[in-house]
Design a binder for this molecule. Structure first.
Ligand SMILES: Nc1ncnc2c1ncn2[C@@H]1O[C@H](COP(=O)(O)OP(=O)(O)O)[C@@H](O)[C@H]1O
Ligand SMILES: [Mg+2]
Length: 228
């Protein structure tokens, strides 16, 4: 059997100190294989975003380890983290988080890594390629405010793909969209999982959206309560 591409080992995450401590993750163990599409389903406040942030090295766990492709992200120095994240992870947020002053094309191009080692033409070609993949080529010169929510999220997905990382993390990616647009976005994410054989971890509080994934981890009060 293949080695897990994501291995969460005995992870705990606490926020705050003393009496006000919140245990957001409790003894979480997860193994995800390359190419899997996994959803994490649970109610608001159960720890989904915390789990995704810890998996992506955006936040440190209080205890435990997270291995991405065999690399322990909890041990990487602050200096090396941006590079490791760029190479291994794409992240899609509920609120899109595009830079308002950059066009769709510039939003995608701005995260290319390592930008100083790539020729300008190569960078442009890479950005155009992923914009085509999410069907946003025709709107590449639009600013975020000139795009619908669904279009903005497609640009954000292109931005997450441009460095060809093996892993895509999605935090409630359709939470700010109507259900029809949300379905379109879920189809784009499913297609990326199939065609790129990219590992996808998507968190949601919506039972219907979780069904797009082949495997669902149910979460409650900081714990994984079922895995099927
Ligand atoms: N930065 C933080 N400081 C303190 N508590 C936090 C912080 N982030 C999240 N929490 C708490 O941790 C728990 C899990 O939050 P979160 O991971 O955002 O849940 P979900 O994404 O499932 O809604 C909640 O009780 C939340 O209030
Ligand atoms: Mg959340």
């Amino acid at each position: 059997m293949a080695n897990p591409i994501i291995h969460v080992q005995s992870v705990n995450k606490e926020y705050g100190r003393g009496k006000k401590t919140v245990a957001a993750l409790k003894d979480v163990d997860i193994e995800i294989l390359p190419g899997e599409f996994v959803s994490v389903l649970g109610p608001s406040g159960c720890g989904k975003s915390t789990l995704l942030h810890v998996m992506a090295g955006l936040e440190q766990p209080t205890s435990g380890r997270v291995l991405l492709d065999g690399v322990d992200v909890t041990l990487i120095s602050e200096r090396d983290l941006p590079k490791v994240r760029a190479q291994k992870i794409g992240f899609v947020f509920q609120a899109f988080l595009l830079l308002e002053d950059l066009t769709a094309f510039e939003n995608v191009e701005s995260v290319l890594w390592p930008s100083d080692e790539l020729k300008k033409e190569k960078q442009q070609a890479m950005a155009l390629e992923v914009l085509r993949e999410v069907d946003m080529l025709e709107r590449k010169d639009h600013f975020p405010r000139q795009l619908s929510g669904g279009e903005q999220q497609r640009v954000a997905i292109a931005r997450a793909l441009v460095n060809s990382p093996p892993i895509l993390f999605c935090d409630e990616p359709t939470g700010n969209l109507d259900s029809k647009t949300g379905d379109t976005i879920m189809k784009v994410i499913s297609r990326i999982n199939k065609e790129r054989k990219m590992t996808v971890v998507l968190v949601t509080h919506n039972e219907e959206l979780a069904k797009y994934a082949k495997r669902t981890l149910r979460m409650r009060d900081g714990r994984i309560t079922s895995d099927r």
